[in-house]
Design a protein around this ligand. Structure first.
Ligand code: SAH
Length: 352
């Protein structure tokens, strides 16, 4: 029997581990406190006590895709659809900027009404009004040319969770017209264009196995993303997975800690999904190695309509209230909210 503390030490000192060792540590809940302590020490070394905030603006609930897990899938006829105008998006940024945000994340379903010209013009407007701010896009799969145009317009970062690195599992989560190879290609395109790139996956998605997590981690090692987004799967009644159980908070926290140990410099959010399943889920996430949080800056009138999963938190409050609440949560966990842009810190690069 492999000694689990030896595996944790290997991760802590940056040594490689086998697939079997990874599977063992993902499956074992006995050493979580050791794992969290080590992950916290690594985060402390790279990022100190700072937790970065990103203002999330959910620009459209229209989506042409039909992912089986997602509440805004095209096939969900009960989903309420909306799209923000460029002026509305800019006014969300203005409000966010006044509150101190220096990163805006524009996320949405794959909505062709937001063509490249419109997206580029929004990015240019944000960058010209708030030149010191970072713009992150999270708008799904696009062509290399589209990504290149967004980069040229000034976008700094792109979030595109790979969802699962395993072909077989991917096919169980998505209809046949979606393709894992293309999603992975998009991620490598984004990296090659100089985006700070975010990949990631849900924890506890239907049919997921421990081996799938191992593939996810191996894929992340290959991609070397600057950001990794993971959060528990949460069921939604308008999807084929309505009756599946939600993902485990404990497993999400363990995976956050493992990712922090394996990717010391990565920007790792404590996600809204984690806070949805457990009131102090995000605080626990920070203690397990997460160092980013993404409060909602979307207009309150549309928040409930961007319903990826059920009972999503923070759909009623104004941005300022959310920010205050989070500031207290971050402090109570022993960390400090940072209003800086919060770019990726590559310690190795800085030392050479
Ligand atoms: N259209 C964009 C944004 C998708 S929404 C894109 O394709 O990248 C952002 C993330 O929410 C998804 O990548 C997915 O991992 C997560 N998500 C979707 N449905 C979910 C659910 N039911 N429970 C938890 N997370 C979910």
């Amino acid at each position: 029997m492999t000694d689990i503390t030896d595996i944790i030490d290997k991760l802590f000192y940056g040594n490689s581990v086998t697939d079997d060792e990874l599977a063992v540590i993902i499956s074992c809940d006995k050493y979580d406190s050791v794992l969290f302590e080590k992950a916290d020490a690594v985060r402390q070394r790279v990022y100190g006590k700072e937790v970065y905030i990103r203002g999330l603006i959910e620009i459209s609930s229209y989506c042409k895709n039909n992912c089986y897990y997602c509440g805004i899938r095209a096939g969900n006829k009960d989903a309420e659809r909306y799209r923000l105008t460029p002026d509305e998006i800019l006014s969300c940024c203005r409000k966010g900027h006044e509150l101190g945000f220096r990163t805006f994340v524009l996320q949405g379903g794959e909505d062709d009404a937001f063509n490249d010209e419109i997206i580029c013009s929004i990015v240019r407007r944000i960058k010209s009004e708030f030149s010191e701010c970072a713009v992150t896009l999270s708008l799904g799969e696009k062509s290399y040319e589209s990504f290149a145009a967004y980069r040229k317009a000034g976008a700094d970062r792109y979030l595109l969770r790979h969802e699962t690195a395993c072909e077989e599992h991917y096919r169980k989560l998505h209809p046949a017209d979606m393709d894992l190879k293309n999603r992975k290609k998009c991620l490598f395109d984004l990296k090659s264009l100089g985006f700070q790139t975010g990949a990631g996956f849900m924890v506890g998605s239907p049919f997921q196995t421990v081996e799938d997590f191992v593939s996810d981690i191996r894929f992340l090692e290959e991609l070397k993303p600057e950001m990794i987004g993971i959060g528990p799967f949460i069921h939604h009644c308008g999807t084929p997975f309505a009756d599946w159980p939600d993902g485990s908070v404990a497993l999400t926290l363990r995976l956050l800690a493992i990712l922090r140990l394996m990717f010391p410099e990565v920007l790792l959010p404590a996600t809204t999904a984690l806070g949805t399943l457990l009131p102090d889920g995000r605080e626990r996430g920070f203690k397990a190695g997460a160092n980013v949080v993404m409060p909602n800056l979307s207009p309150v009138s549309v928040r409930k309509k961007y319903s990826l999963y059920e009972n999503k938190i923070c759909t009623g409050e104004e941005a300022a209230e959310c920010l205050n609440c989070l500031k207290n949560r971050i402090r109570s966990a022993g960390f400090e909210m940072s209003f800086s842009r919060g770019d990726y810190k590559n310690i190795q690069q800085r030392c050479t």
